[in-house]
Each structure stands twice: as C-alpha cells, then as structure tokens.
Ligand binder design. Structure first.
Ligand code: GLU
Length: 446
C-alpha cells in the first residue's frame, strides 16, 4: 500500500506551532514511508476563510521546507460534495431537521437535568411529509443530520492505541447547514475517500469526530483509513496554547529571525521518547521518525527551547550552510574566516550585521584615554596581518605601557569595536584591517 496523507488547515488564521507540528509530523511520515503529501485547504467557511491566510499558510510551510505533492481547495469541490451527499440521502443516512439553535439548547439542558447524555433526541425522525411541509411553509429551512447506526465504533490509533466509542453516546452530526452548505465532517470524509488518503493524522481534538467519520466512510462505501491523533501542545502550566496564538505563529518565529530547522527540531520531537537536539536537515528527522516513539501525554511547549536550539544550530553551522542561509535571508555573505570569528557570538543569524559593521565600518570608537590610543597606533605592526598580529601588537603595548590583562584589552576593544564584548580580537583585527584600525585609534568614526 502506498501511503497517502494530507495536512488540512483551515485558512481562517495564521499557522501556529500547534498546527505546524501536525503539518511537520504528517510530512515526516509521508517521506519516511515513501508516500504522498496533500495540502488541502479546508476553506468551505466562506465568512472566515481568506486568501491572505491561504497564502500565509503556504509561505510558512515553504519556510519549513515542507513541500507538498498535491494541493486541493475544498471551495473548488462543491460538485463532488453534492454528488456524495445525494448518495447519502438516497441511502437514508441523512435526515432533515428543523430545530432552531435555541430549541436545541433547551433540549440539551433538559436532558442534562434528567441525568441523560446531551445527545440529539432524533425528534426530527418522527416528522412526516405534512409536518415538514408545514414547517417549510412557516419559513423554516432544514439542516441535515447523519443517522448513526447503533453499536460500538472502534479503531486502533497509531498514537492512542485501541479507541472505543458507543454510537449511543454520540449525537447524529449535522452535515449540511440550513443554507445548504456542507460542513467540515462531510467534506473532509469525501475528500479523504476521493484522494485515497490512507492515514489521517490530526490533533486529538478530533478524536470524537473520528468516531462519526468512521461510520460516514462506511456509509459512502469506503474502508476508513488508519488514524493517528496527536496530543495537543500545552504551555508550561499545562494550559492549551490557543489563548496566546499570536506570539506563537510561525510568521512571528520567522520574523524573530529563528532558523526553520530550530523550529522543526523541536516540533518533531515534542511528545516523543527522543531527546530534543538540533538537527541540520529534515532528512535527519525523517530517518528518526517512528510512530512508536509518540506518547499520549500532552507535551509542554516552550518557545525558549526553540531559541536555545537556534543558538546551538548557529554555533555549529558549517560555513557552506551559513553562506547559503545568509544569502537566502538577504544578509551579508561573509567570508569563511569571518564566519568562524563571529559564529560563537550569534544567537540569531541576522545579528551578523552588527559584526559586519564592526569589520567594515562605520564604528564610533570609544576612546577613554587618547594618549594610550596614540601609543597603540605607534606600535601597530605593518601589514600583511594574520591572527598572530594581535599578540605581536599587544605584547609590544604591554612592554611599553606596563598594562596587561583586562586593563590592556578592554580599552582596545572599546576603541576598535565601540563595544565592551564581542568576538575574539585576534580574529577580528585582520578583518578590520590596518587603515580602519588606525583611524579608529585616532578617534575617527570609520
Ligand atoms: N480543517 C480541520 C482543522 O484544521 C482539519 C482537521 C483534519 O485534519 O481532518 O482542524
């Protein structure tokens, strides 16, 4: 069997770490099993879906390098849904209901008061043709419910193991709204059938939906796919992430200058038995992917973990990769010695512009003692310069001034870089060059 999976975001908002994690895990599984990855935009909610969000989702997936083999939009597929819905009606699995939301809420409350589960009582099944005609004449439009069959609904979930529902505990789901538009349940199942989806991977907020969907697959003449429900991420206090989505959107992480592989390295491993370590390539994560590593417990997400991994990724980043990433991000593509010198001082790649400026100017020198600066200028060795120049120069200065250690090095650092901290001066000095060093020693912004 060739694996076929899909990631099905609704373009009603930006991708956040929670759904990006689903997108990534679906992708890793597809690549690991040699399967295909469908990006399906669930955009049937016309009021809330926008083209801006659809494009933002594609941009975020591309940033993580999660390429898709196929793409579909539910809004293009209305005729497919109509055809399948007609079949369900013919088979007697859809029935019209006329209750208003207020009536349904009253029914729920009264069942709860009687100690009964708040499931729909199927009163609409008792309506005859005359009742329906009367309701429609009074201006009521029907919504349509799927008639569940009694009995156990079971499946073996790749993350949760055996799952069991009793259809009697579930309400017949509404599949078609009063305005005639199909709802998520039905469009999703029809798409999963028609795109030959073999594995449905999604958040555990969909577990109860899956029980309904399993009956819908069968009613439409299809075997249900395999299911995997991922526990939802929580914050450090164990609360859902939903309230703080803004700060946890992928867009925000990207604009924060974080590396996509730092994000992917965390999201791929949260809630698994693998340690969270920086990975340089998605292929490494593919290799390590295994459903048996996933736990049922809700993993805690902390954005600080991504930042920590980002620092490690950069400190270990080989020059070729750095050059490629710098070019991609429109940052100065520095030379290999420059990269080696500044890499340990970067937490984010874009901070390279600060050190680029230190090397290439302009820098306003901080000259605490002009006489000292004058002596330093006098003793500056001639070019060509190497990494040994710094030692040669500071030994001469030490001999001349009697200064050593911090008392010698900090004033030089402040004059040469305008800062109190930064990359090693022995590597920085040749990058600044003799001419610019002399001008800074002279107090000039250069
Ligand atoms: N559009 C649905 C969601 O974002 C898709 C769920 C599914 O994967 O079936 O929750």
């Amino acid at each position: 069997m060739t694996v076929a999976v899909r990631f099905a975001p609704s373009p009603t908002g930006f991708l956040h770490v929670g759904n990006a994690r689903t997108a990534l895990i679906v992708w890793l599984f597809a690549r690991k099993s040699g399967g295909t990855y469908l990006l399906r935009l669930d955009d049937t909610d016309q009021e809330r879906s926008t083209e801006t969000y659809a494009q933002a989702i594609e941009r975020d997936l591309a940033w993580l390098d999660l390429t898709w083999d196929r793409k579909a939009r539910q809004s293009d597929r209305a005729d497919r849904y109509d055809a399948a819905i007609a079949r369900l009606k013919e088979a007697g699995r859809l029935y019209p209901c006329y209750e208003t939301p207020e009536e349904l809420s009253l029914k729920r409350k009264s069942r709860l008061a009687q100690g009964l589960p708040p499931v729909y009582d199927r009163a609409a099944l008792q309506l005859d043709a005359a009742d329906r005609a009367r309701l429609e004449a009074a201006g009521r439009r029907p919504h349509w419910r799927f008639l569940l069959q009694p009995g156990a609904i079971e499946w073996h979930d790749l993350v949760r193991g055996p799952v069991h529902f009793d259809a009697d505990d579930l309400s017949d789901p509404v599949l078609i709204r009063e305005d005639g538009r199909p709802l998520y349940h039905v469009s999703s199942v029809i798409d999963d059938i028609e795109f030959g989806i073999t594995h449905v991977v999604r958040g555990e907020d969909h577990v109860a939906n899956t029980a309904l969907h399993i009956q819908m697959f069968r009613a439409l003449g299809a075997e249900p796919p395999v299911f995997a429900h991922l526990p939802l991420l929580t914050d450090a206090a164990g609360q859902g992430l939903a309230k703080r989505l803004g700060s946890l959107s992928l867009q925000e992480l990207r604009e924060d200058g974080l590396e996509p592989m730092a994000v992917a390295s965390v999201l791929a491993k949260l809630g698994t038995s693998d340690p969270i370590e920086p990975r340089r390539r998605l292929e490494d994560l593919v290799e390590e992917f295994d459903w048996t590593k996933f736990s049922r417990a809700s993993p805690k997400f902390d954005v600080a973990e991504i930042r920590r991994l980002n620092v490690r990724l950069i400190h270990e980043m080989p020059y070729e990769e750095a050059a490629r990433r710098l070019a991609e991000r429109g940052l100065p593509v520095v030379t290999e010695p420059f990269w080696a010198a500044v890499r340990p001082n970067l937490a984010r790649l874009d901070e390279i512009t600060d050190w680029w400026q230190v090397a290439n100017g302009p820098v306003a020198p901080v000259r605490d003692d002009p006489a000292f600066a004058g002596t330093a200028a006098k003793l500056l060795p001639p070019e060509p310069w190497t990494e040994d120049t710094w030692k040669e120069w500071t030994e001469a200065l030490k001999a001349e001034t009697g200064l050593k250690g911090k008392a010698l090095f900090l004033p030089l650092r402040r004059i040469l870089t305008g800062l109190d901290h930064g990359p090693e001066l022995k590597t920085l000095l040749p990058l600044i060059g003799r001419d610019r060093t002399l001008r800074r020693l002279g107090g000039e912004t250069a």
